[in-house]
Each structure stands twice: as C-alpha cells, then as structure tokens.
Design a protein around this ligand. Structure first.
Ligand SMILES: Cc1cc2nc3c(=O)[nH]c(=O)nc-3n(C[C@H](O)[C@H](O)[C@H](O)COP(=O)(O)OP(=O)(O)OC[C@H]3O[C@@H](n4cnc5c(N)ncnc54)[C@H](O)[C@@H]3O)c2cc1C
Length: 388
C-alpha cells in the first residue's frame, strides 16, 4: 500500500470520541485544511459509554454504531483510513509508518499530528489467568466478541468494582445474567466514594442480585473456576475484568516524546514536539490523565481552535461524572488526587450527599447517591476548576 500523496495538514490518529470530535470541531472552524483520520479499528463512530449500558437494552454492536467511517468522511470532507495501525512516528521527516492487518504497509506525511489513541485495559495476571479466557470490553470490537460469548442467563465473574465494573454489573444483572463481583477494596467505587456511599452501592447491587466479594482478590483460575485469597471458590461461565485503563504511550515514547502516566501535554495540548498534539484517554494534562467524556470534549474544542489559528489554552471547570448504575443513581466529582481534607456526609438511607472539604472548610469534591444525585449541577458550580 502506498498512500503516495501525503496529505498536508492535520493527521489525527484514532477514531474514538477524541479523534472524531476534534475532526468535527476543526472542520467547523476551518473549511479547507486537509484532515486525515487514521484508525486501527473500523472507524465507526459510537458512544463508548454505551458499552457498559447496552446489554440491558439488548443493543447489538451494529445498534451502537452512529455513523460509518465513510459517512463521517463524506459529512466532514475528511479522509478516514480504517484498519490502519500507526506503527512509528518519524518526527525528523514528519511521516508515519502504517500497517494493515494483512501485513501490508506504507507511509504517510503530516504537517501537524494529533494522537487520540486512547488507553488499554489493565491486564489481570494471576495463576491460570492466561488460559482462563478473561474478557475485557474497551471498544466496539470487544463488545461484539463479549456479546457473542455470553449465553442467556450466564454466570458472570466480574473482576473490578470501579466505575466501569459497577456499570457492567448493573447492566448484566438487568440483562438477566448472574453476577459475582470481586474487588480488593472494601466497598465498590473505592477510589471515588467514601465508605457510607460505597456501602449504599454495595447494598444496591446486592439487592439487585449480585454476589459481592469485597476486600478480596482472585489468586488462581482453573477452567470455569476462580479461587479467592480467602480460599473461597467461584464457578463461572464467563469472566470479565474491569480493573482500569493504561494510557497508550508506547508509540509516543518510541518517537522520543515525553510520557509519564500518559503522553504529556501542555495547556495547548502540545506534546514535547510542537508539531504533535495529544488528547483524550492517551494524554496527561496538567490535571493528570482525565479519562472521561467531558474533559475530552473540552480538549477537542480547545485544540481545534488552536489548530485553526487561535491559540486556546485548555480550561476545565469541575466536571462531575454520572455513574450509570440505575440501581443507585450516583454522580461523582472527586477531589484532585492527594488533596488534603475529609468527607462530610449527610442524608438518609441510600439518598446520600458526601462533600469533600479542605481543612479550611472549602469544598474540593463531592459524591451523591440516590435522590441526592440531582444536586450535582448546583454543587459542581461551587467546586474549584480542574484547570483554571
Ligand atoms: C465501558 C466504558 C464506559 C465508559 N463510560 C463513561 C461514562 O459514562 N462517562 C464518561 O465520561 N466516560 C466514560 N468512559 C470513558 C470514555 O468513554 C473515554 O474517556 C473516551 O471514550 C476515550 O476516547 P478516546 O478518543 O480518547 O479513546 P478511544 O475511544 O479509545 O479511541 C482510541 C482510538 O485510537 C485508535 N488507535 C489506538 N492506537 C492506534 C494506532 N497505533 N494506530 C491507529 N489507531 C490507533 C483506536 O483504534 C481507536 O480508534 C467509559 C469507558 C468505557 C470503556
């Protein structure tokens, strides 16, 4: 393959919400700049958050597709190259090495390059895990494989009771599956909720039919069987892990760009190479990695303005995240990691409000459950900005 005419202009690697939102915003501001999106996947646009809420609604992978790559290319007057993996960035020549699944490859040039390459699921490695057939669902292709693998009323072992694990648990329960949830933290959403709200989530998921093993880890797998660190054994039909994401940094690191937890960017979303930018799950902003939709949309808008000629530093207000657990509506707006302070709890039963306050009493973050979740917007306005 030889994409012989290197498109001058902006080349975006990644067709997730980050890559496509940037392409749309840039095209809105600049009707003529050549834009190429290169994607390792099929390039369909879809809402990734739906992946952990689609089962209960009986959605097939095709139902989740909003537009095909061809439709997007035509709507935005851009070029979309699907099933092309970018293998290397040659910064000296401003060119990329590409590889297709059939092994063929080629090169393409760029004037300005944007990395919107997302994050990989954190692997779960214990005795027997390599042959236990563990599933992860991080994109549309994964969802197709997972849905195909799941027979009706399966017993699902779900490892990880963080935001995505709890959402999958709720979704699978509603979809008629059995769910056993295992997490080393003493309550679900351990990093986002104080104990009172975490216990409310635990009760809600338990009440909906989940079996929870909290404060526990799997130590070994055998086919269809997991052994926990307290010696108990869990039989399962399918096992799904949701233990976090790791920003994809290898491509950038190999090209000599600065990486830390993610690809390091400044307020203009610029990497250590002024011709290369990054946004979304792969990037590490001054506020750290921000693997959620709202910051990604703000990044795409700011970067589009910058690429269109008006340097626009990223500004982020406090951005609450809705946890898609209908069994207990929950919204979180965590304080920045390491912030000094304590949780103040009010409310009754499952209708709880937790405010994280600094030693001087000023609010730094919050978490809301049940009926109190409706207070999110008002409270968010009182929080300090993520990036002022
Ligand atoms: C199940 C689930 C539920 C979620 N729910 C929520 C929610 O409710 N609210 C919320 O705010 N956030 C949620 N998130 C997080 C949110 O979806 C992500 O932050 C966001 O979608 C990330 O978009 P992205 O464009 O950065 O990355 P991705 O969508 O992962 O896109 C990365 C793209 O890069 C491509 N790519 C990677 N490497 C290469 C390469 N070398 N060459 C070519 N292409 C490459 C991939 O093929 C893909 O097209 C959820 C995430 C998951 C997994």
């Amino acid at each position: 393959m030889s994409p012989a005419s290197p498109p001058d202009g902006v080349v975006i690697v990644g067709s997730g919400l980050g890559g496509y939102t940037l392409a749309r915003e840039l095209r809105r501001r600049d009707g003529t700049v050549p834009i190429t999106v290169i994607s390792g996947d099929g390039g369909e646009s879809y809402s990734k958050p739906m992946l952990s809420a689609a089962f209960a609604q009986g959605k097939s992978p095709a139902d989740l597709v909003q537009k095909s790559a061809a439709q997007i290319a035509s709507d935005l007057s851009i070029r979309v190259m699907t099933r092309h993996q970018v293998e290397a960035i040659h910064r000296d020549r401003r060119r990329l090495t590409l590889r297709r699944p059939d092994g063929t490859g080629g090169e393409i040039g760029y004037e300005r390059l944007v990395l919107a390459i997302g994050a990989d699921p954190r692997p779960y490695r214990v005795e027997g895990s390599a042959t236990a057939g563990l599933f992860t669902v991080n994109d549309l292709d994964d969802y197709a494989v997972w849905r195909e693998a799941l027979a009706p009323a399966s017993r699902v072992l779900l490892i990880g009771a963080g935001l995505i694990g709890c959402e999958f648990a709720n979704d699978l329960l509603t979809g008629g599956h059995g769910v056993t949830l295992v997490d080393p933290a003493p309550w679900p959403l351990g990093r986002l909720l104080p104990p009172e709200l975490g216990m409310a989530m635990s009760a809600a998921l338990g009440g909906a039919g989940a079996t929870l093993h909290l404060g526990r880890s799997v130590t070994a797998f055998a086919p269809g069987l997991a052994t926990l660190d307290d010696g108990s054994q869990i039989q399962f039909d399918r096992a799904l892990t949701a233990i976090g994401l790791i920003p994809r940094t290898a491509l950038a690191a190999t090209a000599g760009l600065a990486v830390a937890r993610g690809i390091v960017v400044d307020r203009l979303l610029r990497t250590s190479d002024p011709a290369i930018f990054a946004l979304g799950d792969c990037a590490e902003t001054e506020a750290g990695p921000l693997p959620y939709i709202a910051p990604l949309l703000a990044q795409a808008k700011a970067l589009a303005a910058t690429l269109a000629g008006t340097e626009t530093p990223l500004v982020l207000p406090a951005l609450p995240v809705v946890v898609k657990t209908p069994v207990l509506p929950t919204t979180v707006c965590p304080p920045i990691p390491g912030a000094e302070g304590h949780w103040r709890i009010e409310g009754e039963g499952q209708d709880l409000k937790a405010l994280f306050v600094a030693p001087d009493g000023s609010p730094l973050g919050f978490a809301l459950c049940g009926k109190r979740a409706s207070e999110a917007r008002t409270l968010a306005a009182q929080m300090p900005p993520l990036l002022g």
